[in-house]
Write a protein that binds this ligand. Structure first.
Ligand code: EPS
Length: 378
């Protein structure tokens, strides 16, 4: 998609700060900083996190791009301090640090091994600091701003968890009202019984020195018909959404609507028939997840993503030492048992940007008041 809004993040997990520069935000929009901090807070709430979340209290600082909170069309520069940096400065100061103690045993499943091989490093810390999912705190920032634009167009984004380990939610109706309650659960589960079982599963996995993944779902209400395009593969909204989520640490798959369950259905069972009454078009199913031909079709957008178990395990896996090339147990680093609730909140925020980009592609990209007027009149 011809992207109006792009961004880059910077920062190492235990470096001084995580940063983000956002390019292309329409001018004249009043950004609510408290709302950005609220999204950062939501990311920190999930059950199953390690000690790090007790250290950090993520709050954004704005360095450019706003004046009295209004977007100026200039790059928006955002920063979050890593409070843990003070404990790591001797090792992680960008200018002067002690690099004598090296991490030499790669964790299977982590970026460690391909990372050092790619860049020719002899210290895995040079890879793991940037590969860390701490980076998601910076990715939330452009999303948390973009969703505020969407909010003015009455587009609403939610996330919830459908599976942690072996615990799956039952087949229940996932209404907007039910989704509003996901924040009240620290495993973001809208079914109380399954939520309890998910928490138990995390506890037993943690006690075993292991980690666990699962599946989350993002649902977006209020999208108009025809965002994205069927004309070019890279103009499809589905392409932009999948790419945004696949870029999240530990995500191994993205699907829309019924996803892989489409495989054993017949066309007559899968496709969402049109109904018409008093010239109003509606559907009674949404197997396609709100996307047809890569475009929004006016139904709720449903995205599923699977997160693998985090590769840092207390019960270490077999590995090798990159210096001695001898067998060794994988490096242990403080980590989380399950980061699924955080990943769901991040995904819910980051997809706001591709959606807003699709809107800007259709309604203009310079001045927010004009864009909003055209959108609401369409
Ligand atoms: C992470 C390891 C842990 C997580 C971290 C991601 O950090 P630490 O090594 O400092 O204990 O807590 O996530 C965050 C810091 C965060 O903000 O989400 C990793 O290796 O990916």
């Amino acid at each position: 998609m011809n992207e109006s809004i792009t961004y880059i993040t910077g920062g190492e997990s235990h470096g001084p700060a995580m940063t983000c520069i956002v390019k292309g935000l329409p001018a004249g929009f009043q950004v609510n900083i408290e709302q950005v901090n609220y999204q950062l807070w939501r990311r920190q709430q999930g059950y199953g996190r390690g000690g790090r979340m007790k250290i950090e209290q993520d709050k954004v600082a704005v360095l450019s791009g706003l004046r009295n909170c209004m977007t100026l069309a200039s790059p928006l520069t955002l920063m979050i301090q890593n409070k843990d940096f003070k404990n790591w400065q001797y090792k992680m100061d960008p200018v002067e640090s002690d690099v004598s103690e090296k991490v030499e045993i790669p964790r299977p499943g982590h970026a460690d091994y391909p990372g050092i091989t790619k860049y020719g490093f002899d210290d895995i810390r040079n890879v793991l600091e940037r590969a860390s999912a701490r980076e998601t705190v910076a990715r939330i920032l452009p999303g948390a701003v973009c969703r505020q634009y969407l909010n003015e167009l009455n587009i609403r984004l939610y996330s919830h968890i459908t599976q942690i380990g072996t615990v799956k939610i039952p087949e229940i109706e996932v209404s907007e009202n039910a989704l509003k309650k996901a924040d009240a659960s620290d495993v973001r589960c809208i079914d109380e019984t399954s939520g309890k079982a998910m928490r138990k599963e995390i506890e037993s996995v943690k006690a075993a020195g292991d980690s666990i993944g699962g599946i989350f779902q993002i649902i977006v209400f209020g999208l108009p018909v025809g965002l994205g395009s069927y004309v070019h593969w890279d103009d499809k909204l589905s392409t932009a959404l999948a790419s945004e989520i696949m870029g999240l640490q530990a995500i191994k798959g993205v699907s829309f609507g019924d996803g892989f369950d489409a495989a054993d259905k017949r066309g007559s069972q899968y496709h969402d028939a049109f109904k018409i009454q008093d010239k109003d078009i509606f559907r009674i199913s949404n197997h396609a997840g709100g996307l047809e031909g890569g475009m929004s079709n006016g139904q709720p957008l449903i995205i599923n993503a699977v997160m693998k178990p985090i590769p840092t395990l207390t019960k270490a896996l077999e590995s090798f030492n990159i210096e001695s090339m001898e067998k060794a147990d994988a490096h242990k680093e403080r980590s989380d048992t399950c980061a699924l609730p955080a990943a769901a909140v991040v995904a819910e925020n980051i997809i706001a940007r591709p959606i807003l980009n699709a809107i800007l592609a259709r309604f203009g990209a310079d001045r927010w008041t004009e864009i909003k007027k055209r959108y609401l009149e369409a």
